[in-house]
Design a protein around this ligand. Sequence first.
Ligand SMILES: [Zn+2]
Ligand SMILES: [Zn+2]
Length: 171
Amino acid sequence: MRYKTLAQLQRPHERIVCEIDHPAPAGTGVDLRGNTVGRVELTNTGKTIVARGNIAGQGVLTCSRCLREFPWVFDVSFVEHCALRQIDDPAVYATGEDEEDPIPIVDDELVDLTELIRQMIALEVPFQPLCRPDCRGLCQKCGAVLDEEQCRCGADATDPRWAKLGELLEE
Ligand SMILES: [Zn+2]
Ligand SMILES: [Zn+2]
C-alpha cells in the first residue's frame, strides 16, 4: 500500500487518489482473506492531510458464543486526519490518550496507507462477534453447539430462568 506520490502530497492544496487492491495489513485482530480493495483520496488542506475513502474486504471471525468460525465482510467509508510522518516513528503513537491523533502515512520517501487501512479495519471488527444475532451458543454443561446438535444432557441442562417460560409455552 505504498505510493510514489509523497512530493506531490507535500504541496498545500494538492489532492491525490490511491487505488487499493492489496493483501490486508497485519495487526487488524482478525483473520483476513484475500485482498482489501477500495480507494482513498488524500487532500493536503494546507494545515493537515485529510483521507477520505472506502475499503472493503473479507475474513473469518470466531463467534463469541458458540466458538465456531464464520465468514465476515466489511465495507467501510471513512474520513480521517493523517500526518506526513513516518509510520515507524514510535512518537506518533506515544500519547495513546488522544483519539484524534493523526494517522502517519509516510514510509521513507513513499506514501504508505498500511497503518490507515489497518486502523480502519480494526475499528470495524465487532467487539463480540456473533455468527448470527440469536446464536444459541454452547451448552454450559456438555459443550454441545446448540445451533447444530441435540444437547447431550437433555432437560437437565435447561437454564432455570427459561424453565418457567417452557412451562408457559407447553400450556
Ligand atoms: Zn455462534
Ligand atoms: Zn448439554
